[in-house]
Design a protein around this ligand. Structure first.
Ligand code: SAM
Length: 289
């Protein structure tokens, strides 16, 4: 197997194919072999797993996944990588490469078609310019056991943040609604070529098979969350009044009181159960009118 993480192997390989990194496609390739090994190992990839990889690049993580998994499907946007991947991962019969933009894929359909009888997982060193849309699509697909990805450290801290902290955001609530996050390890910039300007971190999201909160309407739930964080420094009352003008100021006050919250509470201090309580109160009022 070609050691694609060795710069003395990688650079001539890229030169041989006239390949130049595309910043626009988020191409920072791994040059530290311990990183893809640890991602595959700590994600718990084994022969029962069907792994969707996003952005194989020249294949360092793909190799580690294909060595362990029952099947790997890797979705890559950049067709220029085809002859290189032929050389670096062509030997794996349990690997399929799909040349496409992952955001244009119907992920649940792809998983159902490719991973029948296997435990679906997602693993990736993500292109950072589209981290949020990819993670949203992977979690909303609700078909993976776990999603283990390398992201900017700042993003990992946001995803794993606790209520009331500076990193806590609407995206935190979105991720934690579908999954339980754990930050696995940091990856310094010198582990990539070219070096990014930021530190990275690998995070695993263990997806929830059943949701531990009763949420009567998911659309209202995410509207509540967005409205609660839209005016971070202001009271929840103001954010909800702006996000739900149909309730009016008085209606918003009544919803907050019915949930047992202080009228001065700020949205950024609420946990998912409390956002669920607000959602269900708004839902009941709508359906009683
Ligand atoms: N996995 C390789 C590694 O760790 O060295 C490459 C990771 S690099 C950070 C991100 C990869 O995602 C690149 O190969 C890039 O071409 C690919 N990519 C970027 N946008 C994509 C998209 N919309 N769909 C699929 N792949 C994409």
């Amino acid at each position: 197997m070609i050691n694609v993480c060795d710069v003395n192997v990688m650079k001539p390989l890229l030169a041989q194919h006239g390949f130049h990194f595309s910043k626009a496609k988020g191409q920072n390739f791994l040059i530290a072999p311990w990183v893809p090994e640890q991602i595959a190992q700590q994600a718990g990839v084994d022969e029962t797993a069907g792994v969707l990889e996003i952005g194989p690049g020249i294949g360092p993580l793909t190799q580690q996944l294909a060595l362990r998994a029952g099947k790997v499907c890797a979705v890559e946007l950049d067709k220029r990588l085809e002859p290189i991947l032929d050389q670096t991962v062509g030997e794996f019969s349990n690997l399929e490469i799909i040349w496409s933009d992952v955001l244009k894929q119907n992920i649940p359909a792809l998983v159902a078609e490719k991973f029948a009888g296997l435990r679906p997982m997602a693993c990736a060193n993500l292109p950072y310019y589209i981290t949020s849309p990819i993670l949203s699509a992977l979690l909303e697909a609700r078909c993976f056991d776990s999603v283990t990805v390398m992201v900017q450290k700042e993003m990992a801290l946001r995803i794993a943040a606790k209520p009331g902290t500076a990193d806590y955001s609407a995206f935190t609530v979105f991720c934690r609604f579908y999954a339980e996050p754990t930050i696995l390890f940091d990856v310094p910039a010198h582990c990539f070529l070219p070096q990014p300007k930021v530190t990275s971190a690998v995070i695993t999201l263990k997806t929830r098979q059943t949701l531990p909160w009763e949420v009567l309407d998911t659309d209202i739930f995410f509207r509540v969350v967005r409205a609660s964080f839209a005016m971070r420094r202001k009271k929840l009352q103001n954010g909800l009044a702006a996000g739900f003008p149909e309730l009016g100021k008085q209606g918003v006050g009544e919803v907050i009181a019915a949930c047992g919250f202080d009228e001065n509470v700020r949205g950024e201090t609420l946990d998912i159960a409390q956002f669920a309580a607000l959602t269900n109160e708004i839902y009941r009022r709508r359906h009683h009118d």
